[in-house]
Design a binder for this molecule. Structure first.
Ligand code: SF4
Length: 303
């Protein structure tokens, strides 16, 4: 079954979002799941229209809050494959708090972070990933903000799966998203996505065969050099220090930009542990009496 919905896709012609949608529609059937077991949760922004375009279940939710809603879903419904679709503004500005806590908790969900370094839906204001000095409608004299590097942020929060890919390389996009989907725990994939209307060419230096030398395609064991230190890339290293150093390889000039999987480690998930606690508590003490707690005006104590 392909999971293409009957909804008209409303992104601008040439938008990088189309490539991501095609890639997801391409590999989703390979997961072997029924549509009622797949949920896409989005926030607000251009990319957050994503759930409409898949014939799965989905929720176009509130600005920045998709990771919080997805946390509840993943915890209450272990039978679901839970996805979050978000953009650089939605995830890193309005939803920055929710994102970092989902990452550190290791909730079983896959987060696709479309990074076009601009607010597209609201017509071109600078975002938390816009480069310093960026002139936009909201920064007419140039941004004085220091931008986030989403991969560095996720590694700093010790997420268990962190990767980056680019909308112009369908094969790489598909491979990375498939690996993220197969990971148990929170997967964060930053996708460099072109917005041809409000920030065209943000990743132009990385597109096409002539740019191939600028992309450092990460593989386990690949020799990498950052700040004159050389080591073999190990995504399975529990200590994220070297993966973090790798995420700083790009000095903003896009001369050397790593893409692929930075980190993939195993850690118990929040949702598995929460369910185990509830189950063991129910076995030990029997089902809780919520009404008794409410009647006693004390919903914090245990009965
Ligand atoms: Fe895509 Fe930009 Fe149009 Fe939004 S404004 S749909 S990101 S091209």
């Amino acid at each position: 079954k392909d999971f293409t919905s009957d909804q008209e896709v409303r992104w601008c012609p040439g938008c990088g979002d189309y490539a991501v949608l095609k890639a997801v529609q391409g590999f989703l059937p390979d997961l072997g799941l029924r549509r009622e077991n797949i949920t896409f949760v989005s926030g607000i922004g251009c990319s957050s229209r994503f759930p409409y375009y898949l014939d799965t279940y989905g929720l176009h939710s509130i600005h920045g809050r998709a990771p919080a809603i997805a946390t509840g879903l993943a915890t209450a419904r272990p039978d679901l494959s839970v996805w979050v679709v978000t953009g650089d503004g939605d995830a890193l500005s309005i939803g920055g708090n929710h994102l970092i806590h989902a990452l550190r908790r290791n909730v079983n969900m896959t987060i696709l972070l479309f990074n076009n370094r601009i607010y597209g839906l609201t017509k071109g204001q600078y975002s938390p990933t816009s480069e310093a000095g960026k002139v936009t409608k909201s920064t007419p004299m140039g941004s004085v903000d220091h931008p986030f590097n989403p991969v560095s942020l996720a590694l700093g929060a010790e997420a268990t799966f962190v990767a980056r890919t680019i909308d112009s390389d369908r094969k790489h996009l598909t491979a990375v998203l498939s690996a993220a989907a197969a990971h148990r725990g929170t997967s964060l994939v930053e996708i460099y996505q072109n917005c041809p209307i409000f920030n065209d060419g943000a990743f132009e230096a990385l597109r096409g065969p002539e740019a191939a030398h600028r992309l450092v395609r990460l593989e386990p064991g690949l020799e990498v050099t950052v700040d004159e230190q050389t080591w073999a890339h190990d995504p399975g290293d529990v200590n994220p220090s070297r993966q973090f150093a790798l995420s700083r390889m790009d000095d903003g000039t896009q001369t050397q930009v790593p893409i692929g999987v930075f980190r993939q480690v195993v850690r118990p998930t929040y949702d598995d542990q929460a369910r185990a606690q509830v189950e063991s508590d129910t076995v030990t003490r029997g089902p809780g009496d919520l009404q008794a707690l409410i009647d006693g005006n004390d919903t914090w104590s245990t009965p």
